[in-house]
Design a protein around this ligand. Sequence first.
Ligand SMILES: NC(=O)c1ccc[n+]([C@@H]2O[C@H](COP(=O)([O-])OP(=O)(O)OC[C@H]3O[C@@H](n4cnc5c(N)ncnc54)[C@H](OP(=O)(O)O)[C@@H]3O)[C@@H](O)[C@H]2O)c1
Length: 256
Amino acid sequence: MSVTLKRRFSVDEVVNTVSTMRKIKTYAVIGGTSGMGLGLAQRLVERGDRVLIGGRNAGRLEAAARKLGPLATARSVDIEDRASLTTFFAGQEELAGLFTPGTTYRTASFREADAETAESPFRAKFWGQYWAVHTALPYFARDAAIVLMSGAASVRPAGNPAYSACNAAIEGLARALAVELRPIRVNCLSLGPIDSNLWRNRDASIREPVFDSWRALALTGEVGTVDDAAGAALFLLDNGNMNGSTIYSDGGYTMR
Ligand SMILES: NC(=O)c1ccc[n+]([C@@H]2O[C@H](COP(=O)([O-])OP(=O)(O)OC[C@H]3O[C@@H](n4cnc5c(N)ncnc54)[C@H](OP(=O)(O)O)[C@@H]3O)[C@@H](O)[C@H]2O)c1
């Protein structure tokens, strides 16, 4: 007669058992509650890694944590606020990687932008990511990988000069950090238009004409997906020979 003993295993027991077979890593994603950040976090937990996700809105943090399951930890953070970055990373176990798509900024033309608007992309997207990496520095593993977020406006300006310059500066920052932080790898993901919540939350009467104009410009005739963006970020985290590079995941949008 055979007897089968059944008992529930805690997440930590399962993680500890699996980690004896494959080293489980932990990644931080600021902006991990929506769009491409959540898409990357989903891929990481699906392969058995842990994620620390951050964002400003408590409801979105809770919903994302529920969706990602027990391998995810969600903490509040505003990438523009250095004190909140310190709290976000405090006590964190060793990080194998960091992805920082979580920023909010305004754009306007050179003639129309007031100082607040003109400086907004640098304040939020450039300095936000700069200080996020700086704050996370003590927690990185020796072979960690960082993926910064820029955008196609770096090489294909669309009339918001401060925003274009900000994206180009972020791509330069990735190169400079790759040199200074080695052997930590630092790369940059530059996206063309992506059909994410950023656009889904806007009225179709605003979104669809913009998407149509982008489809006309992309060599693929398509707007990219969150999955495209998450896959490109994962590649930059994983590929040990990518360093100081910028990937343009844009369907050829920057070539027209
Ligand atoms: N979608 C595109 O077409 C596109 C193209 C090129 C580049 N990008 C870049 O990719 C980034 C992410 O885009 P997405 O389409 O994934 O947007 P999304 O779906 O709106 O997600 C943005 C994420 O960032 C978080 N976030 C926003 N501001 C933050 C802040 N100050 N501090 C911390 N977290 C913050 C949001 O949560 P909370 O709001 O709760 O904080 C959310 O988790 C954009 O900011 C942009 O720089 C997007």
